[in-house]
Ligand binder design. Structure first.
Ligand code: PGA
Length: 250
């Protein structure tokens, strides 16, 4: 049985002060109510260190939203994997569709970031997902398979990885994939990983769903056999909603 994992991706929301407040509320609520699934929050970079002081003694883990593919150097404005690790993160999100769409991240860049983060001992949440045009053009399978294959190129051990399937058309739009649509792609991702790294690694891999997950749809999504939790954007900024989603996974 795979343990479910729910992570709140706060994106470019919340100042340091606001992040501390939200994190404290989430930790207080989660501490009381949840037991069985892994929970993480991903504030923006400036808030990581201070929020890390709150998450460290709690059951909530601290997650970065991105990191660079080089260990250090002249990359103005960038943040390295070792920096986020030392700030208190145990995990990092790599290849989110907003990074791919607005910051030109290709599968090759995603792959080098994944390798760098893993080498720093960070758990990696690697995001994949098709656009609306790709879905309507019938190429969802090709696109997502290529993202998985190229993202995992040269990586032999995925025991510290999670894959998040996030159809771009469902992110922040209020449109969720139906649980059947999501399950179909999750199964395909698992089969792709099985081809690449064997059945055992594929069976252990946790595959999160992301894209307009809310308290009202979380339970049904998380009840599908290949959906192992969620990557939550908008709803993670509301404590009650986030806790309800965690409880649905728990
Ligand atoms: P959303 O975002 O829940 O606001 O759709 C999900 C994500 O981008 O991780």
């Amino acid at each position: 049985m795979r343990k479910k994992i729910v992570v709140g991706n706060w994106k470019m929301n919340k100042t340091v002060t606001e992040s501390i407040t939200l994190a404290a509320e989430v930790i207080a609520a989660i501490g009381k109510e949840f037991s069985g699934c892994d929970v993480g929050i991903a504030p923006a970079f400036p808030a990581l260190y201070e929020v890390g002081k709150l998450t460290l003694p709690s059951r909530v883990s601290l997650v970065a939203q991105n990191c660079h593919f080089e260990p250090d150097g002249a990359f103005t404005g960038e943040v390295s994997a070792s920096m986020v690790r030392e700030a208190g993160c145990s995990a990092v999100i790599i290849g989110h569709s907003e990074r791919r769409q607005y910051f030109g991240e290709t599968n090759a860049i995603v792959n080098s970031k994944v390798k760098q983060a893993l080498s720093e001992g960070l758990q990696v949440i690697m995001c994949v997902g098709e656009t609306l045009e790709q879905r309507e053009g019938g190429v969802t399978g090709d696109v997502v398979t290529a993202q998985v294959r190229e993202g995992l190129l040269g990586i032999g051990n995925i025991s510290n990885m999670v894959i998040a399937y996030e159809p771009v058309w469902a992110i922040g739009t209020g449109k969720t994939a139906t649980s059947e649509q999501a399950e179909e792609v999750h199964l395909m991702i698992r089969n792709t990983v099985s081809d690449l790294l064997g059945e055992e690694a594929a069976e252990k891999l946790r595959i999160q769903y992301g894209g307009s997950v809310k308290p009202s749809n979380a339970k049904e999504l998380f009840s599908m056999p290949n959906i192992d939790g969620g990557l939550i954007g908008g709803a993670s900024l509301n404590v009650a909603d986030f806790v309800a989603i965690v409880n649905a996974a728990d």
